[in-house]
Design a protein around this ligand. Structure first.
Ligand code: NDP
Length: 331
């Protein structure tokens, strides 16, 4: 390992004004942990965009290397599960928020946070999935646990052209669901149909204030948007259906009524990727290996190098990124 290596660092001054710079750090700057990992690939998630632009208080310790997920190769380990050369993935657990994250050549983390890179998957493919795609799979698993099978009826995916949405559309269609994709970018219709969407609806059909109950349109959904959109999705969910809520691209509020819950027995399933227990992570990554079409994954991926992270971070919070952005750290 070279003594100093490139990193992005988020800092804060005495007036709590956040700044971000591309700099170099050394091994002595790495945080506590029992496994040191060379980062092979990472991604730019919506949360990373918020962290780098400072639009939301994602970073809670300063100075901090942002980047909430990575795939890499173990350089050294004192953890029983990992040895030098192992290929690993990390999502969440506070990396990029309170622990130095992925936007550096090297990271030191807790071995308990790591899962193995699935067989047959490269680091770049794993990060094409990334936290967004793994969250999509957690959402699909939650719908399945609730008995929302393809036979129950259509499922809606909101924020469909984004990272979570694109992967959710791909997985659900591969599993045989009739997928209704909601997007504000109708220019992306061909892209979404190629991923497997059967119907496309305009974002503004769902983004205004919701009625307590509306016509039943779907048996379930994956919602990456929150706010009025989630309220509308719930009000249009058929009897006994379920909606996995995993995002807040429109807002963190939920201006809904209890009508869907108490009159239609609809369930709202909360999805958190950050602190999800290891058994669930292993299940999600195993299912990603089997239920995500590699051709579709490359169709929804754009690859950049370390130097492109800052621009991608701004683009994602402006809603200008389609699908997933992979950062190839070997470039
Ligand atoms: P992206 O920016 O890639 O996707 C978000 C999509 O939401 C956009 O592409 C857009 O889709 C839609 N959108 C954006 N702004 C609005 C708006 N004002 N009103 C309605 N729709 C909007 O982000 P990700 O896919 O990476 O993340 C999606 C959400 O999921 C984020 O809120 C993120 O924080 C959350 N998330 C949560 C996780 C968890 O653990 N629960 C883990 C990972 C992400 P379109 O152009 O198709 O309309």
């Amino acid at each position: 390992m070279s003594e100093r290596f490139r990193a992005i660092l988020v800092n804060r001054d005495e007036e709590k004004k956040q700044s971000v710079s591309v700099t170099e750090i050394g091994e002595a700057d790495l945080m506590d942990g029992d496994v040191t990992v060379k980062i092979d690939a990472t991604t730019v998630n919506y949360k990373d965009g918020l962290a780098i632009t400072g639009r939301s208080p994602v970073v809670r310790r300063f100075p901090l290397v942002p980047g909430i997920d990575f795939a890499g190769t173990v350089i050294s380990s004192s953890h029983a599960d990992w040895k030098k050369g192992d290929k690993v993935i990390l999502n969440g657990w506070g990396t990029g928020e309170t622990h130095h994250g992925a936007y550096a050549a090297v990271s030191r983390v807790k071995g308990d946070w790591l899962v193995p890179l699935p067989d047959g998957m490269t680091a770049q493919e794993a990060m094409a999935v990334g936290t967004a795609g793994y969250t999509s799979m957690l959402s699909v698993l939650a719908l399945e646990r609730h008995g929302i099978t393809p036979a129950r009826g259509p499922v809606v995916v909101t924020g469909a052209a984004g990272g979570v949405g694109s992967v959710a559309v791909s997985i659900l269609s591969k599993l045989g669901y009739h997928v209704i994709a909601s997007t504000g970018r109708t220019s992306e219709e061909a892209y979404l149909r190629d991923l497997g969407a059967s119907e496309i609806i305009a974002r503004d059909e769902l983004s205004g204030p919701a009625k307590p109950l509306a016509k039943e349109r779907w048996a379930g959904g994956v919602d990456a948007v929150g706010s009025h959109t989630l309220a509308n999705v719930l009000s249009m969910t058929s009897y006994g259906g379920a909606v996995a809520a995993c995002g807040l691209a429109q807002g963190m509020d939920l201006p809904a009524s209890v009508a869907p819950f108490i009159l239609r027995g609809v369930s709202l399933l909360g999805i958190d990727s950050v602190m999800a227990p290891k058994a669930l992570r292993l299940e999600a990554w195993r299912r990603i290996g089997s239920d995500l079409d590699h051709r579709k994954l490359s169709a929804l991926t754009t690859t950049i190098g370390f130097d492109g992270i800052m621009d991608a971070a701004k683009a994602i919070v402006d809603g200008k990124v389609r699908g997933r952005v992979v950062v190839d750290m070997t470039r």
